[in-house]
Design a protein around this ligand. Structure first.
Ligand code: AMP
Ligand code: ZN
Length: 112
């Protein structure tokens, strides 16, 4: 938990979110500024910044993010038309929140 991390504060319940899915390791909620009809963020419940800071000890947590992505895709019914899974890493790639998260977008045209 990091007090100055907005996603940690959402996980702690200090800031509300529109929850889509939750299990013991991940929370998924609607992006506040959606870029597609379905735009859900899947975040690990432990604070973790960047993929390139991961090692083998993070394998379970990283895998569980993708399991959460699959659950979200099924629940939001984007699996038929198709959906995108995106991890922005560092500011040059558009990362704004430095708590690892997967963007799941779909439900309409999703240009590459
Ligand atoms: P990124 O640019 O990859 O770091 O993505 C951060 C995402 O978090 C952006 O798409 C924001 O719209 C989203 N976001 C920021 N604050 C909130 C919030 N309080 N609730 C939901 N989504 C948020
Ligand atoms: Zn955090």
């Amino acid at each position: 938990m990091s007090d100055d991390c907005i996603f940690c504060r959402i996980i702690a319940g200090d800031i509300p979110c529109s929850k889509v899915y939750e299990d013991d390791q991940v929370l998924a909620f609607n992006d506040i500024n959606p870029k597609a009809p379905v735009h859900v963020l899947v975040v690990p419940k432990v604070h973790f910044d960047r993929l390139h800071e991961s090692d083998e000890t993070h394998a379970e947590m990283l895998g569980r993010i993708l399991v959460g992505v699959g659950k979200v895709a099924s629940k939001t019914e984007v699996t038929g038309p198709g959906y995108r899974v995106q991890f922005n890493q560092e500011r040059g790639a558009g990362q704004e929140v430095f708590h690892l998260h997967a963007h799941v977008t779909g439900g309409g045209p999703i240009p590459k």
